[in-house]
Design a protein around this ligand. Structure first.
Ligand code: C2E
Ligand code: CA
Ligand code: CA
Length: 390
């Protein structure tokens, strides 16, 4: 099974005509490599299945797959356009891995899924633990669907403080799953799985509505100047109804200038025009936009100057090193300075030690968030602990 995993991005970026042309060229190149006694079929826009007849050893198949991978890396679509393809290959064998054709397909899909998740440009051979892993993921995904209808999700809130002054800036809403079987489950466990099957969109909508309603309940306690910060996954941000939902919440609940959307730079990979458009609309509504986890990934300064961003969140992994390592401290200081020149606020995430707080304050970082100033806790505890800061 061969999959060009960035096919959708290619269609989104270059349009239908170029997308189709790339897929046709991929098929042509695969056919050029495989022998007469193999069958090839297209399963979806960027996925092809190849079935080799009896007599092909694992070594022979692997060799051909490596050849295909090498040929698909870069593709000249026109004289001026070269695209880079991300390709994964999953391999399974009958009768070594399975009992029949349906199972053979399922095993190849499991190997492909494993390869796509872990690395690109590699050939992944099926092993039985992959079926177990796929089954485990499907089980959790079906539990998540039930969790949504059974209202098992909760929001915890973590305070953000102005560095130096100890005044409350606002709260970041962080989802938890109160599972009847496993107790309180953190988002790193289930958000990636919800993103994988699209469930993140309804879960994210629940988060958005719940956090906005919480902000309304807290107005009499903390005033109407605190900020409610909400994490938004790429898929949710790109969903058709997202901006309209934010708009109706801001207007109906009177949350102008109180809402902040935390996004990551993955949203802008592939130059999504829709993402830029949505950002502009949110900005016009008085919704702040924070770029989360800055310092990981590409951390392109291009985004900072070209987008309507209000806040830069310096990643926790980065903050963890600033008091140990001179060069990380210098980089942090430069980022804070640059953000301030561009008119942006910087929030340092994961501040755990008073030395870090002190250093960040000296560097001009406006806001801090971390275990030092407060862990994520349920909303009733937020009130009893922080009401005096309102
Ligand atoms: P994030 O947006 O970077 O959130 C900060 C994470 O760091 C939170 O983990 C928080 O509990 C943790 N944290 C805060 N201060 C400290 C500290 O001083 N030290 C350490 N070691 N950790 C600290 P959490 O709650 O487990 O969330 C993990 C990630 O899950 C979040 O990372 C975010 O990407 C995602 N997430 C959480 N809630 C939502 C949500 O409602 N929607 C979406 N799409 N993603 C969410
Ligand atoms: Ca966040
Ligand atoms: Ca973060």
């Amino acid at each position: 099974m061969i999959s060009v995993t960035n096919t959708k991005d290619l269609y989104d970026t270059y349009g239908m005509q170029v997308g189709d042309q790339v897929v046709r060229e991929v098929a042509k190149r695969i056919i050029g490599v495989i022998d007469e006694n193999a069958f090839i079929g297209r399963l979806d826009s960027g996925t092809f299945a190849i079935c080799f007849e009896d007599g092909f050893t694992a070594f022979m198949v692997q060799e051909r797959m490596n050849q295909i991978l090498a040929m698909l890396k870069l593709m000249n679509v026109t004289e001026t356009l070269t695209v880079s393809l991300r390709v994964s290959v999953g391999m399974a064998f009958y009768p070594d891995d399975c009992a029949g054709p349906d199972e053979l397909m399922a095993c190849a899909i499991a190997a492909l899924a494993k390869g796509t998740k872990a690395f690109h440009d590699t050939v992944t051979r099926y092993s039985p633990h992959m079926t177990m892993e796929l089954q485990r993921r499907r089980n959790i995904q079906s539990q998540l669907t039930k969790a949504l209808s059974n209202q098992e999700f909760r929001l915890f809130y973590q305070p953000q403080f102005c560095a130096g002054a100890n005044t409350l800036r606002g709260f970041e809403a962080l989802i938890r799953w109160e599972s009847p079987d496993s107790g309180l489950v953190g988002p790193n466990y289930f958000i990636p799985l919800a993103e994988e099957n699209g469930l993140i969109v309804p879960i994210g909508e629940w988060v958005l509505i719940e956090a906005c309603q919480q902000a309304v309940r807290w107005k009499p306690i903390f005033g109407d100047r605190f900020i409610m910060s909400i994490n938004i996954s790429c898929m949710q941000f790109m969903s058709a109804s997202f901006v309209d939902l934010v708009k109706s919440l801001v207007v109906e609940l009177e949350l102008q200038n109180m809402l902040e959307i935390e996004i990551t730079e993955s949203i802008f990979i592939g130059e999504h025009k829709e993402a830029h458009l949505a950002l502009g609309q949110l900005h016009a509504l008085g919704v702040k936009i924070a770029l989360d986890d800055f310092g990981t990934g590409y951390s392109s300064f291009n985004y900072l100057k070209s987008l309507d961003l209000h806040t830069l969140k310096l990643d926790r992994s980065f903050i963890a090193r600033i008091d140990m390592n001179g060069s990380d401290a210098k980089i942090a200081e430069c980022i804070i300075h640059m953000a301030s020149v561009l008119g942006m606020e910087t929030i340092a995430e994961g501040v755990e030690k008073s030395e870090q707080l002190e250093m960040l304050t000296k560097m001009g970082c406006q806001t801090v968030q971390g275990y030092l100033t407060g862990r994520p806790i349920p909303p009733d505890e937020i009130v009893s602990r922080y009401a005096r800061h309102g």
